[in-house]
Design a protein around this ligand. Structure first.
Ligand code: BGC
Length: 738
């Protein structure tokens, strides 16, 4: 071909490309902005197509627009791993063989890491698993505040403090969404108990609402830029939270500028008109033909399906609200399934398992360690006894919607055995047992037959074995059975179930080296605490749980987790219970304690918890210097910096989370003694020291004045408390706001 011919062909080719591009409809043109594409897609959709995308078409999916090539949405629980596939219209498992995921530690464990970088790793990893499985909405993370230790779902949340939960939730969301998968933050809002969750009306004052219960959601929306949020089951101001004028239209969409999708909790929609007008965008999981329970393939009868269409067709409602819902849903689809540049994800990988292990190792909390019984030194300890059902029980299964089909799960016993190898003898006895439960996700599952549990005999066997052991690990706690850490109901008491208190007490009588390893997502009472030298809170650790626990017990990893919630001595030390405001009268629950939740209440009552918020020990020792402030007096627009020198004066490397609390000495409305306003996890080698600084501004000094309906900051004297936990303040420095 001569040169001339080549250039003519080239021109023709280019013209062709330009022409082809011109023919690309705007909604498919990747060079256009998402908003332009959304508007174009919207303008091409029929009213039936619009209504079709606002509600579920199966248990976990909603329709796309097949005529336009706009894909479906597929959601998955969340928040600790990607749930196994269920049937199209049934809750039981679909028995796929390629859906076994990596189970990550429960969110309480993540919160206990006090490490935002680890939270990003969590989000990125679980997002990759979701992406690989072609899920574009991950149903998590959960940030409902820990109001009572009885809440069956606390393990899915990030503790009692709004600041900690806010800082920890943001990187999780960013990590998930970096995969082109929407995080769906849940359960918005005030779903702080499981009892009566589908109808209880929560009465809470505006101060507690804005200062305690909303900040983590606000951070998720404004800083995390979450693409979806899930309404909760309960009511607020008499309206179900899935279609709630105040929470959804006024606060979330108007005040916070949320541009994503409000998804109903499964079965949380109750009324078509409320759903149309009060901020719901997508309806999932309604049980029904719109009225009663259990009709199958009822999707056309969902509140936002045919009943909605009927109202539109009759002219009783206009398309205004519908268009807003559809815009939001399309925006989510463009951010996820229609983002051609998003990564492909990965699933069940070693990297994810190791990420999970790292998160677990950073979250495990050493609660007590007298006589340095931990870490166990295998040069000296030759006979190890492991006791307890939780040493062998699968903990990735159960608990409700967060239950997982994990690719594998290393039990605490397996983790200990593999770490110990031939260096010592490891014996296991059960010590206690839990009643048999129905298998989850299995069609027509029945409760397996089980002989009556003879607790005394199990205990006796354990005591006998403990007599000759150098160290006894009691691996107990709660589990994910009903009334333990499980969705749908709450715990019945703060105590350990299945006669574990008796077991631990009996073991501690015959062996001085009893180490209690708790596997829970909640605080428990410890009547035996004085009789055992060491206690570890291991949480639900996921796929690599046992390896993470072993690495802590034998000192390969120096523990660095800190409690994300208070462990009260007894239930009545918790404000909701002290004031008798739990679980309400079946219709209403009133949060009489207001802002005094968790350590805010303990401080107010000057009571000493069993273990305070923020508590966690290390195998090394950290010394805090005297905290200094860079200013003594500040004005409203100033920042102020506090600095403290932290030294590792022990003989092994370790990490300490230095915590900053602020207290307002005098204010027009009652305020907590102190509130968390900063924290930093600092890694120090043996002998090393570092300066740790916190800079705050007026936001950290302000409170929500419900008489004015706004955040205010009042001049006066403040105190900055720097310490190792809310109960262990090492240095205090005063300052004044002019
Ligand atoms: C739970 C949600 C969950 C949904 C789907 C509901 O019962 O409250 O957290 O995402 O089910 O499984």
């Amino acid at each position: 071909m001569n040169l001339r011919l080549m250039s003519i062909t080239g021109c023709l080719f280019l013209l062709g490309v330009v022409k082809a591009q011109q023919n690309i409809p705007v909604y498919l043109d990747t060079s256009r902005s998402i908003e332009e594409r959304v508007e174009d897609a919207l303008s091409r959709m029929t009213v039936e197509e619009k209504v079709a995308i606002t509600h579920a078409q199966s248990k976990f999916s909603s329709a796309g627009v097949p005529r336009l090539g706009i894909p479906e949405n597929w959601a998955s629980d969340g928040p600790h791993g990607i749930r196994a596939e269920v049937m199209w219209d049934e809750w039981y498992g679909a028995n796929w063989t390629n859906d076994s995921c990596i189970a990550f530690p429960a969110l309480t464990c993540l919160a206990a890491s006090w490490n935002p970088e680890v939270s990003y790793l969590y989000g990125k990893s679980i997002g990759e698993e979701a992406r690989y499985r072609n899920k574009n909405i991950l149903l998590g993370p959960g940030v409902n505040i820990y109001r009572t230790p009885l809440n069956g779902r606390n393990f899915e949340y990030m503790g009692e403090d709004p600041y900690l939960a806010s800082v920890m939730v943001v990187p999780y969301i960013k990590g998930v969404q970096s995969n082109g998968v929407a995080a769906c933050v849940k359960h918005y809002a005030l779903n702080n108990q499981e009892i009566d969750r589908d109808h209880v009306n929560v009465n809470v004052d505006d101060r507690a609402l804005y200062e305690i219960y909303l900040p983590a959601f606000k951070a998720a929306v404004q800083e995390g830029k979450a693409w979806a949020i899930m309404g909760s089951y309960n009511k607020y101001k008499g309206e179900h939270c899935c279609h709630n004028q105040y929470l959804l239209n006024d606060i979330l969409k108007r005040d916070w500028g949320f541009d994503g999708v409000v998804v109903s909790d499964w079965g949380g929609t109750h009324d078509t008109k409320e759903a149309i007008y009060n901020g719901l965008d997508m309806e999932f999981g309604s049980w029904t033909n719109g009225l009663d329970w259990g009709a199958s393939n009822a999707y056309d009868n969902y509140f936002l399906a045919n009943p909605y269409l009927k109202l539109l067709k009759s002219g009783e409602v206009t398309e205004k609200e519908l268009n807003d819902k559809v815009r939001r849903i399309l925006r989510l689809v463009y951010r996820t399934n229609m983002d051609h540049n998003r990564p492909y994800g990965s699933f069940g990988t070693k990297e994810h398992a190791l990420a999970g292990r790292q998160i677990a190792e950073e979250g495990i909390v050493l609660l007590k360690n007298d006589r340095n019984v931990l870490p166990v030194n295998l040069n000296k300890v030759k006979k190890i006894l492991v006791v307890g059902e939780n040493a062998v029980k699968k903990m990735t299964v159960g608990g409700g919607s967060s239950s997982l089909k994990a690719k594998y799960e290393v039990s605490p016993l397996a983790g200990i055995q593999s770490r110990v190898g031939k260096d010592a003898e490891v014996t296991y006895v059960q010590g206690y047992a839990s009643p048999a439960v129905k298998e989850q996700d299995v069609k027509d599952a029945k409760v397996p037959e089980q002989e009556k549990i003879d607790y005394a005999a199990l205990r006796e066997e354990a005591v006998k074995a403990a007599k000759g052991a150098d160290v006894v690990f009691v691996v107990g706690g709660l589990n994910k059975n009903d009334n333990q850490d499980c969705e749908g109901d709450d715990r019945k008491s703060l105590g350990l179930p299945y006669e574990q208190d008796e077991l631990i007490a009996a073991l501690s009588k015959v062996n001085p080296n009893v180490v209690v390893v708790l596997v829970t997502g909640n605080a428990v009472a410890m009547p035996w605490i004085k009789n055992v030298p060491s206690v570890v809170e291991a949480w639900y650790g996921g796929t690599e749980a046992g390896n993470a626990i072993a690495s802590i017990l034998f000192g390969d990893v120096n523990p660095s987790g800190k409690l994300p919630f208070t462990f009260p001595v007894k239930l009545e030390d918790n404000s909701a219970h002290a004031l008798g405001e739990y679980p309400g009268d079946g219709e209403n629950v009133t949060y009489k304690e207001g802002i005094f939740v968790g350590y805010r209440w303990a401080d107010k009552q000057k009571s000493k918890p069993l273990f305070p918020f923020g508590h966690g020990l290390s195998y090394t020792t950290f010394d805090y210097g005297k905290a200094v402030a860079d200013k003594k007096v500040i004005s409203k627009d100033d920042q102020i910096t506090f600095t403290v020198t932290l030294s590792n004066v022990g003989n092994r490397p370790g990490a300490e989370t230095v915590q900053l609390y602020i207290g307002d000495k005098k204010s027009s409305l009652p305020r907590p003694v102190k509130e968390l306003k900063g924290f930093k996890k600092v890694y120090l080698t043996a002998g090393e020291q570092k300066e740790v600084s916190f800079t705050i501004d007026k936001e950290a000094l302000s409170f929500y004045d419900d008489t004015k309906g706004q955040w205010v900051v009042e001049p006066g004297k403040f105190e900055a408390y720097i310490g190792a936990s809310s109960g262990d303040i090492r240095s205090t420095v005063g300052f004044e706001l002019k």
